[in-house]
Design a protein around this ligand. Structure first.
Ligand code: G16
Length: 546
């Protein structure tokens, strides 16, 4: 078994010193913080990516450099496992340990202990691919990542500026090429062809909808969707806005899925027209929310919960129409799911619903337990997973009538239009547009499935968010002691009241979610709980309502 070239490691590591007094944690979506603090972390993540590839016998590992919905000055890094899923949970502790080593000697010790405890054969090849979003800090961080890969001589391909889901897709394509599970051509072009081909099949012969206005949060989704448009041809009309990626400070600023969802209002620059369709991507195009304006000028949000309900309803109908309703559908949500959406799924669609902690890794894992698992976070991050056996059934079914044959063809195309590696704003947009086109539905008709309970999200800036510990899929706090009892006592005073508090894994804040029977009651509940959290953290530096 070969060993690590210490001299080489020392030289490369010397180029990427760890900042003092900073503790790094691989959180909800990898490492994420101010870009200027990330150089050493990204370098060491490169070392870990190479080790992971060697451990998996040279399978390709992906890496995305992005801070998604965070402001322009932040950046982040996350790793992608061979099938396009998030890095296996048990390796998060290893990458966290590597990133916090204070000296080169400690770094070497941690690598050696990983090699021995995980039985990593260093003579195996390592292959790693990576990409980044449009943030100005991305290029230098990508160079630091490459230095990390050099420590273990990993073979590497730089896919340049891509959306996060494109990088996940490419990773899976590379690892499945030439196998019965081949996922597609491992390139942005291959991705566009696959999605556009499936979408065209699904809307073929249907009356085209009015144009969709798409807010790209001035992020990577803008140039990439422009690139995608020629592949879609005249199957859809999309007007792209907030597409300025030259002026980095505009990224996610008063625009994008996170802004629209949190503030429940249109992004900057958009003058809404009643009953038209609008959608917003986030900064790396892995989330989408839809919205419209009602005739009385009220803003109506069609968030991840509404998308999950639409997708589940459509798939249930399609499997019935195809005569293969042995395929079961389940939905996975988080505590942020609106109570009305959970009731609709359970009581109207009669599907099982599971609730898991925030973070795609948790939702994705749970969704694999169903034949068809629809998973969505209310913030618009989600997708649909078809199990291998469901795919087999769909691909071998023939149907005993022309109507069944059409439904089977639609199911096959539907499974192709969906990016099954991770939530993908492009793919989610196409499947929503498919359903609305097939049904000839306006956003208002879609919205009528159920009425959201009024809800509110508030961020509280605290001194140390790590003191907040949750259980029960983040619905209850166990620390600080006594805080949950105080929350419960307030919630009891509100009709249909529900509220929970959890530390963010991507921002230095604690999030407060509240729901109640009316808008004023919801706002009061949210602010009372936020005030409580703030008071519990007497060193808190301020309250930032959103
Ligand atoms: C990431 C995760 C999502 C999560 C969001 C907010 O999204 O992938 O699963 O919902 O962060 O997480 P938190 O509330 O812990 O800050 P993105 O789009 O920013 O990568």
């Amino acid at each position: 078994m070969a060993s690590v070239n210490i001299e080489n490691l020392n030289t490369l590591s010397g180029l990427h010193p760890k900042p003092e007094n900073v503790k790094f944690t691989y959180g909800t979506a990898g490492f994420r913080m101010k870009a200027e603090l990330l150089d050493s972390v990204v370098f060491r993540t490169g070392i870990l990516a190479a080790l992971r590839s060697k451990k998996l016998d040279g399978k390709v590992i992906g890496c995305m450099i992005t801070a998604s919905h965070n402001p322009a000055q932040d950046n982040g890094v996350k790793l992608v496992d061979p099938m396009g899923e998030m890095l296996e949970g048990s390796w998060e502790a290893h990458v966290t340990a590597l990133s916090n080593a204070e000296t080169n000697e400690q770094l070497v010790d941690i690598i050696h202990s990983m090699v021995s405890s995980l039985k990593i054969d260093l003579t195996k090849p390592a292959k790693v691919v990576f990409g980044r979003d449009t943030r100005p800090s991305g290029e230098a961080l990508a160079a630091a990542f490459v230095d990390g890969l050099k420590v273990l001589d990993a073979e590497t391909t730089d896919y340049g500026i891509v959306t996060t889901p494109q990088l996940h897709y490419i990773t899976r394509c590379l690892n499945t090429a030439g196998t019965p599970e081949a996922y597609g051509e491992p390139s942005a072009e291959g991705y566009y062809k696959k999605l556009a081909g499936a979408f065209k099949t699904l809307v073929d012969g249907k009356t085209k909808l009015s144009p969709l206005t798409l807010d790209c949060a001035n992020g990577v989704g803008a140039p990439k969707f422009q690139e995608f448009v020629p592949f879609l041809g005249d199957s859809i009309s999309v007007n792209i806005m907030n597409d300025d990626v030259e002026n980095a400070s505009k990224l996610n600023l008063n625009s994008g899925a996170d802004y629209v969802k949190s503030n429940q209002r249109a992004p900057v620059g958009l003058k809404m027209v009643p009953q038209q369709r609008y959608a917003s991507f986030d900064g790396d195009a892995d989330r989408i929310v839809y919205y419209y304006q009602d005739d009385d000028s009220t803003f109506k949000l069609l968030d991840g919960d509404k998308i999950a309900g639409l997708a589940a309803m459509f798939i249930i109908d399609l499997v019935k129409a195809a005569g293969i309703d042995s395929i079961s559908v389940g939905v996975v949500q988080t505590a942020y799911a609106n109570g009305a959406s959970t009731q609709y799924l359970r009581n109207t669609l009669n599907v099982p619903v599971s609730c898991v902690p925030t973070g795609v890794k948790h939702l994705h894992h749970e969704a694999t337990k169903y034949d068809v698992g629809v998973y969505f976070e209310a913030n618009g991050h989600g997708t649909v997973l078809f199990s291998p056996s469901a795919l087999k059934t769909i691909h071998s079914a023939e149907g005993s009538s022309p109507a069944q044959a059409v439904a089977i063809r639609n199911l096959r195309a539907f499974s192709d239009v969906i990016n099954q590696t991770v939530g993908d704003a492009f793919s989610d947009l196409l499947f929503v547009e498919t359903i609305l086109t097939q049904r000839q539905w306006t956003p208002k008709i879609w919205d009528q499935a159920y009425t959201d309970l009024p809800n509110r999200l508030v961020k509280v800036v605290v001194q140390d968010r790590s003191i907040f510990k949750t259980v029960d899929a983040e619905r209850k706090l166990v620390e600080p002691a006594g805080l949950q009892d105080a929350i419960d006592a307030i919630v009891l005073k509100f009709r249909d009241g529900r509220s929970f508090v959890r530390p963010s894994g991507t921002e230095d804040v604690v999030r407060v979610y509240a729901e109640a029977a009316t808008r004023p009651e919801t706002d009061e509940l949210a602010f009372r709980i936020a005030g409580l959290v703030f008071d519990y953290n007497s060193n808190g530096s301020g309250l930032r309502p959103r």
